[in-house]
Write a protein that binds this ligand. Structure first.
Ligand code: FBP
Length: 550
């Protein structure tokens, strides 16, 4: 039996705020037909059954619609994000509202549960245990890729045997790309199985004109910002450490940027800017060391540095090195596996990559070079969460400052502390924003299914307004797609949203960073508040507000 904390017990009774249009009868309003963001001809050819569908909005309606009873399956896919349980509770309640005879099956452990037919029937009693809680533990998650026709056929077979006629895939860009491929396959086979996606990821990189933010980003950023604020207060009290804080977010720097806007640290690295400027590792280190030296002149020998976890992949020479390592490690997997020591592995790998990359590889500290050789994820990418960039930067800044001291360019003290915040925030109790947003996404998904849609992503817009004014609906996933190279081949994928350097959130950082570097203007946001005044408890992220001109 689950032992519940007082907060969890209190949160069980929290009723998520909802868009007005989801609380009564609903009218379906179809918008214009859609086009993919790029590569229209290719995407149209690959998705003949699900391309060009209109965007849908659910508006308040006057007529009651009766829907036939159905069985629906749901999976949680990829990394955890706060609010997943509320998507499921919203989906459950929405399905019950459409027809009390509807049933919801939770497939276990992510996409593999669909193929292996591992499931649990989601009853009211079970769902009630998880309302407004963090985590994905109600049914678990996983990163298995569904890409083989044999897997698709197995999913059809399992769904048919259970009588499941619709699937909801709660995931990030890769999982929703998968949802789109499945929807198209099922439609082409006339299987009668619908597929609806729900935008999840703390990374915040699944967003576009129809998806304003992915769920979980809000809570994760607020959790990290609380921790950063606490560290900043410690730094400002003790005045003796520089804290190098690496933040999750994979390729995109949205989390680092949002946390910077919430806490005003001295230095924030934004990977997208590093790439745009074509910076070398040494230039990055020099920039940080210069700020440390200038602060020392003012008597400040402490501070905070925020580092997006994916930054190494945005330094051009490192990007080339990592891409060559990806290829070599995939090609010579068995040869590398039999080598005993890391040194042998490094030497072997260095002998297989270009001379320039080998030089970069050999210049890295051994520990760091070893981390670059660790196992790749199922998509063949380096697992940036396992690369301790904060430690690398502390060591390199230290060496740089030593040299600067010799040259009379640094007169202060430098002592670095490394931190990595990622897993701390992925399962946090969802903020009111995520609890409300996710519940609405779940209800919206139930309506898309009831209305017979497939290949759509649930969307809830106007998110900086009070929840009652949010606009629920659905957007064809094909409209978010373009062609990208994966494992050497062009594939249709949802376009990832990286930080836009001409966007308002980055501009806010750029306009303030000199002040934040040279003064101590730390903000201490404190913990997420769940009960209390709306201006404290229901705030969207700075990113969302700035993007919407608020
Ligand atoms: P998703 O893209 O699946 O939402 O996962 C995001 C993330 O939390 C990244 O920020 C992080 O790099 C990665 O997952 C860590 O993966 P894992 O959970 O496999 O360690």
């Amino acid at each position: 039996m689950m032992v519940k904390s007082p907060l969890q017990i209190a949160r069980e009774t929290y009723v998520p705020k909802m868009p007005k249009s989801l609380t009564g009868n609903v009218k379906v309003v179809e918008g214009k037909i859609t086009e993919s963001v790029a590569d229209q001809d290719d995407i149209k050819k690959i998705f003949p059954n699900t391309y060009g569908m209109p965007v849908i909005t659910f508006e308040p309606g006057s007529d009651t619609t009766s829907y036939p009873a159905i069985k629906v399956g749901v999976i949680l896919s990829g990394g955890q994000a706060p609010g997943g349980h509320n998507v499921i509770s919203g989906l459950f309640d929405g399905l019950q509202k459409c027809n009390p005879k509807n049933e919801l099956y939770g497939f276990l452990g992510g996409p593999s549960g669909l193929v292996d037919n591992q499931y649990v029937v989601l009853t009211e009693e079970l769902v009630n245990e998880y309302r407004n809680t963090g985590g994905f533990d109600i049914i678990g998650s996983g990163r298995t890729k569904l890409e083989e026709e044999a897997q698709f056929e197995k999913v059809i077979e399992n769904c048919k045997a259970l009588g499941v006629s619709a699937l909801v895939i709660i995931g990030g860009d890769d999982s929703n790309t998968n949802a789109c491929v499945l929807a198209e396959y099922f439609a082409s086979k006339k299987s009668g199985i619908q597929v609806i996606g729900v935008p999840k990821t703390i990374d915040g990189d699944l967003k576009n004109e129809v998806v304003e933010t992915s769920f979980g980003f809000d809570t994760a950023c607020k959790t990290y910002s609380e921790l950063i604020g606490n560290i900043q207060r410690d730094a400002n009290s003790a005045k003796k450490y520089y804290h190098f804080i690496r933040l999750m977010g994979r390729s995109a720097s949205h989390i680092a940027l949002e946390c910077a806007l919430e806490t005003q640290p001295n230095i924030t690295i934004i990977s997208e800017e590093v790439e745009k400027k074509g910076m070398t590792l040494d230039e990055l280190v020099t920039d940080i060391a210069n700020v440390v030296a200038r602060r020392a002149e003012k008597g400040y020998n402490f501070g905070t540095v925020l580092i997006p976890e994916g930054v190494v992949e945005f330094i051009p020479a490192m990007k080339t090195l990592i891409s060559e390592l990806n290829d070599v490690l995939a090609k010579f997997e068995s040869e590398v596996a039999v080598l005993e020591g890391n040194r042998d592995k490094r030497d072997f790998v260095a002998s297989k990559i270009s001379a320039e990359s080998a030089e970069v590889f050999r210049s890295l500290p051994n520990n760091f070079a070893n981390q670059l050789m660790l196992d790749r994820d199922p998509h063949g990418n380096v697992q940036v969460s396992m690369i301790e960039t904060e430690k690398l930067l502390i060591d390199m800044v230290k060496s740089k400052l030593k040299k600067m001291k010799k040259d009379g360019l640094f007169t202060g003290k430098f002592s670095g502390q490394g931190h990595f915040f990622g897993y701390e925030g992925r399962c946090a109790t969802p903020s009111n924003f995520d609890a409300d947003y996710c519940y609405s996404l779940g209800v919206t998904a139930s309506l898309l299914i009831a209305e017979g849609k497939t290949g759509y992503m649930a969307s809830v817009k106007n998110l900086t307004a009070p929840a009652a004014q949010w606009i629920p609906g659905g957007a064809p996933i094909t409209m978010m797609m373009n062609m990208e190279k994966r494992h050497g081949n062009l594939k249709p994928v949802i376009q990832k949203a990286l930080v836009e350097l001409d966007g308002k959130p980055f501009k806010m950082l750029a306009d303030n960073r000199e002040t934040w570097a040279m003064t101590t203007s730390f903000v201490y946001p404190g913990p997420i508040q769940y009960f209390g005044p709306t201006e404290v408890c229901d705030l969207p992220t700075h990113t969302l507000k700035l993007e919407q001109g608020k």
